[in-house]
Ligand binder design. Structure first.
Ligand SMILES: C[S@@+](CC[C@H](N)C(=O)[O-])C[C@H]1O[C@@H](n2cnc3c(N)ncnc32)[C@H](O)[C@@H]1O
Length: 288
């Protein structure tokens, strides 16, 4: 039993889950277990085994639960976001990568199959989730990443430099002019939320940086539109562009790409929940 609380691990996790549920945390039991795993340095299987015995609750557990009950994001408390095969360092000032973006990375990886030394750029890299995953899973690729925010750039540097990604601090609208017409793939999860659509969850509204959320303009489409324009500038003819977006923006983005006359094979993609959350297109012209 712990000094101070005298609680067993199993009791502490049970109590923590109800504290988090009362605070409106969407997955209280999972978060209670994850924070215990984090403090004990064990995985779920070992945690469950420890809960069967009279293992005491770890020192500091109540403090972490109190932080989570204040709706501090779990990943800010643990300092880690899991994304595909990576453990990314995250914290205040950087967008926490989301599971649906893993599907966008898969589209890129599928596209890169069989290509020798492909050149890829991630526009608005945040923590570096997309660029880092591509560098990790396609070691032959030359991966570049662009990030505008000073704070996000610092997190990205921590995550991407060990993976050999070429990271620059810049604006996706005019970044990498010396690389125009050279990339095989441009991928982006730009900010895209409309100005008035303030997210409900405190973890997002109060802790994801605003510059990572709001796309600009009443419809949130300024930065997604700019990402498409930059993709057309940066890609080789026949190069592949894929961008994440809100479900409601899918039709608009497909129409914008079609209308420009620059793109072939405009395709909308579902996420794991069957929602239209990404669009890809191929830059018109002879294949690279
Ligand atoms: C929705 S977040 C996505 C982050 C990361 N790619 C991911 O999927 O987890 C958008 C990112 O774009 C960055 N950003 C916003 N405006 C930008 C701009 N004009 N140029 C480059 N990056 C920008 C934000 O700082 C943020 O890191």
């Amino acid at each position: 039993m712990t000094e101070g609380t005298g609680q067993s691990l199993a009791e502490a996790v049970r109590e923590a889950a109800s504290t988090l549920a009362a605070a409106g945390v969407p997955s209280p039991r999972v978060d209670a277990e994850l924070l215990a795993e984090h403090l004990l340095g064990v995985g779920l299987g070992r945690l469950r085994a420890l809960m069967l015995g009279d293992t005491p609750a770890p020192e500091g557990y109540q403090d972490l639960i109190a932080e989570r009950a204040r709706r501090i994001p779990l990943q800010h408390i643990t300092g880690v976001a899991h994304f595909r095969y990576l453990e990314l360092a995250v914290g205040p000032g950087v967008f926490i990568p989301r599971p649906e973006t893993e599907s966008v990375v898969q589209l890129v990886i599928d596209r890169l199959q069989g290509m020798a030394h492909p050149k890829v750029v991630d526009l608005g890299t945040g923590s570096g989730a997309i660029a880092g995953s591509i560098a990790h899973e396609v070691p032959d690729a030359e991966v570049h990443a662009v990030e505008f925010s000073e704070f996000a750039h610092a997190w990205a540097a921590r995550n991407l430099l060990p993976l050999g990604v070429h990271l620059i601090r810049g604006d996706l609208r005019d970044a990498l002019p010396g690389h125009n017409g050279t990339f095989d793939v441009v991928v982006s999860n730009p900010p895209y939320i409309p100005a008035e659509a303030i997210p409900n969850e405190p973890e997002v509204a109060l802790h994801d940086p605003p510059e990572a959320l709001y796309g600009g303009g009443a419809d949130g489409m300024e930065l997604p539109t700019a990402a498409a324009t930059s993709a057309a500038r940066l890609l080789v003819p026949g190069g592949y562009f894929v961008m994440e977006h809100a479900e409601v923006q899918a039709g608009w983005i497909a129409a914008m790409l079609e209308r420009s006359g620059l793109w072939d094979a405009v395709t909308t993609h579902h996420d794991l929940n069957g929602k239209d959350r990404a669009t890809s297109a191929v830059l018109a012209g002879p294949a690279a």
